[in-house]
Design a protein. Structure first.
Length: 168
């Protein structure tokens, strides 16, 4: 029974974590296009969201994930779990990289340009692609065709996302 409570909490906090990555990148995309009077307010709002919701969600998501793995160690032999753990490592690297970018962009004296707007748009797409990847992997892990379904969904999402980001 404990496993299922942990699993529910894990899914909830990972959802909030990925949503926080997407939301904060979207706010900085909008910020890059605004006049200077609104930039400070948006930066402070995004950084509060980042500090008080995204970081704690990542930490609690990692703790509940490790606790679930501890309760069911036999999942380490499954290929889908190995793929998921590799993707989690990449997501943590992405999170830290975004944190560095957010701290740099939040400084008021940072000049904005078209390149920074496109960078933030791409970060939104990458975050959304991670989210789709995890949800398809989670949903199809017991299916025989989980590899193809997850890869196809992730690639299609990334292509559509980058196409949309290019349009902006």
């Amino acid at each position: 029974m404990t496993y299922y409570y942990l699993k529910t909490l894990h899914h909830l906090f990972v959802l909030v974590w990925i949503s926080g990555l997407i939301y904060t990148a979207a706010v900085f995309t909008i910020r890059a296009k605004l006049v200077s009077s609104d930039k400070n307010y948006l930066s402070q709002t995004a950084l509060k969201f980042w500090r008080y919701l995204t970081w704690p969600s990542m930490i609690v998501g990692m703790i509940t994930g490790m606790a679930m793995l501890h309760l069911r160690l036999f999942h380490l032999a499954d290929v889908w779990m190995q793929v998921k753990l590799l993707a989690v490592i990449l997501l943590v690297v992405f999170h830290v990289r975004c944190h560095i970018l957010y701290k740099r962009a939040a400084r008021i004296d940072t000049p904005e340009n078209e390149k920074s707007s496109k960078t933030w748009s791409r970060l939104v797409v990458i975050g959304f692609t991670f989210g789709v990847f995890f949800f398809f992997l989670m949903g199809l892990k017991d299916s025989f065709q989980w590899v193809y379904g997850t890869i196809i969904a992730t690639v299609v999402t990334a292509l559509i996302g980058f196409w949309c980001a290019k349009k902006t």
